[in-house]
Design a binder for this molecule. Structure first.
Ligand code: ADP
Length: 474
């Protein structure tokens, strides 16, 4: 049977409350009853002992006879619902209360029985009521036997009315507290289960909206339940990622359409002009054709890169090499290009750093980062490559003072086809795929890459490889 979460939680809660009330009252009732009965029996014994003492005191030692105060003994018999009899040594009955006070007690007994029935739900004392008992006591004076006294009582005579009322009140308070605890538990279970199930219901509702294509839908994350907030956060993150992917896909389609249409239009108009005999096919004009075709080819190459991206993590060909001299070599290769454009390229390379990495892929990483710096530098710009090592990491920094990356663009530059608005306006011929490949290449070798930037001031790309991982075996 499938139950809603709210019902499940409420039932579970209620079952727990009822169970604990039942067990607590069972145990406490049993404990209180047995202690209380012992207490009553003790009280009864003390009373009997007192009465025996009083009878003993009624013995006149000088006259060697009892001065029985019948009124007093009758009062005791009545109050305590006892049968009291005093006999001298010859067996002559000096006083007898008669058993009328015991009769009285029968009423009490039935009263008590009904109370005990009422409490049997909660656990009964288990004391047998109503059975008549007699205790004989020898009366002595100076260790000489002076007579006997018989004290008789009905089994439960020690349950006087206030004791019975006390027990009844106790049981009533148990029942009352059970009812209050139940009501309290019910309310609490409803509140808590509502608190849990309501946000889950909202999550389902929002997930359904997302499924129907509304990626703007977001969840509120203030449910005061950590796990639900985490779930909501993840859902929001998922929606945001999907939305970004969707946006990138649209952006890619329009970018591609635009980038392909421009060279095609140029080619078409020029060819038409030549066909119509308006234009001579001069080498300069053919050169324009060539340039446009080259642009198209580059575009197709970028698309191919995209499919290569999927394979970057596979087939690593790790070798041990000296990272310091490798980076110096890469910088040397770039130097003429920078100098020609009037840019400065400097370096600060810690010597002799040995690593185990895929050398070609590492070259591609450095190539992408340094050529990005080159692409986005402004006149008289400068770039710098740093390599350093500490106990935990080997760090490579590629820094430049070019156009930089705006705060809005920074979180996206590693996404496919993402190009900042400034870089779009600067016709660099980029396609927004280089950093995506770079990141995949770094991460596939256990490294991390991140970027910081202050536009037109400094842009820093930092790569770290954990020292432990890359000095390992091949
Ligand atoms: P692209 O081929 O467009 O350069 P990348 O993936 O290499 O693609 O870079 C993505 C975007 O990141 C670039 O379009 C540019 O907006 C930004 N970017 C990358 N490197 C730099 C840099 N050194 N300076 C400024 N912007 C940069």
């Amino acid at each position: 049977m499938k139950l809603s979460l709210m019902k499940k939680l409420s039932f579970g809660f209620l079952a727990a409350v009822i169970g604990s009330i039942f067990i607590t009252s069972l145990i406490s009732n049993f404990m209180i009853n047995s202690k209380f009965n012992n207490y009553l029996i003790e009280q009864h014994n003390i009373t009997v002992k007192n009465i025996v003492g009083i009878i003993n005191d009624m013995y006149d030692k000088s006259n060697r006879q009892f001065n029985i105060n019948s009124d007093e003994l009758t009062r005791y018999a009545m109050m305590q619902q006892l049968f009291i009899e005093v006999k001298d040594t010859s067996g002559k009955v000096l006083y007898s209360s008669g058993n009328s006070y015991l009769e009285n007690n029968n009423m009490m007994k039935s009263m008590m029985n009904s109370h005990m029935m009422g409490q049997s739900m909660m656990g009964s004392s288990g004391i047998a009521a109503g059975e008549y008992k007699e205790d004989n006591f020898t009366l002595t004076s100076n260790n000489i036997n002076i007579g006997t006294t018989v004290i008789g009582y009905l089994g439960a005579s020690y349950f006087n009315s206030s004791a019975i009322t006390f027990k009844a009140t106790l049981n009533h308070s148990f029942i009352l507290s059970a009812i209050i605890a139940l009501a309290f538990g019910l309310i609490l279970s409803l509140i808590i289960s509502r608190q849990i199930s309501k946000p889950l219901f909202n999550i389902t509702k929002t997930a359904n909206k997302m499924r129907d294509g509304n990626l703007e839908a977001r969840l509120e994350t203030n449910s005061n339940t950590t796990e639900i907030d985490q779930l909501s956060d993840s859902m929001n993150f998922l929606a945001q990622t999907l939305q970004q992917q969707e946006m990138l896909r649209k952006r890619l389609t329009s970018d591609m359409a635009h980038e392909i249409r421009t060279p095609l239009t140029t080619l078409k108009t020029h060819i038409e002009a030549m066909l119509d005999g308006i234009w001579e096919p001069t080498p300069e004009r053919l050169q324009i054709f060539h340039d446009e075709v080259t642009r198209l080819t580059k575009l197709v190459d970028n698309l191919r890169n995209l499919s290569k991206l999927e394979q970057t993590t596979s087939a690593l060909n790790k070798t041990a090499f000296n990272l310091s001299s490798e980076i110096e070599k890469i910088i040397d290769n770039f130097m003429p290009m920078f100098e020609k454009a009037g840019y400065r390229l400097s370096s600060e390379i810690a010597p002799g750093i040995e690593v185990v990495l895929d050398k070609d892929k590492f070259n591609q990483i450095m190539h992408n980062l340094i050529s990005n710096s080159y692409k986005y530098l402004t006149p008289n710009g400068a770039a710098k490559v740093t390599l350093k090592k500490d106990d935990r990491n080997i760090t490579i920094i590629v820094q430049d003072n070019g156009i930089g990356i705006g705060e809005k663009d920074l979180p996206h530059i590693f996404e496919r086809f993402y190009r900042s608005d400034i870089s779009r306006s600067k016709d660099t011929g980029g396609s927004g795929i280089g950093l995506t490949i770079t990141k995949a290449l770094v991460e596939s070798q256990g490294g991390k890459i991140y970027a910081e930037s202050i536009p037109f001031n400094k842009t820093i790309f930092t790569i770290t490889f954990p020292t432990e991982r890359i000095k390992g075996t091949l």
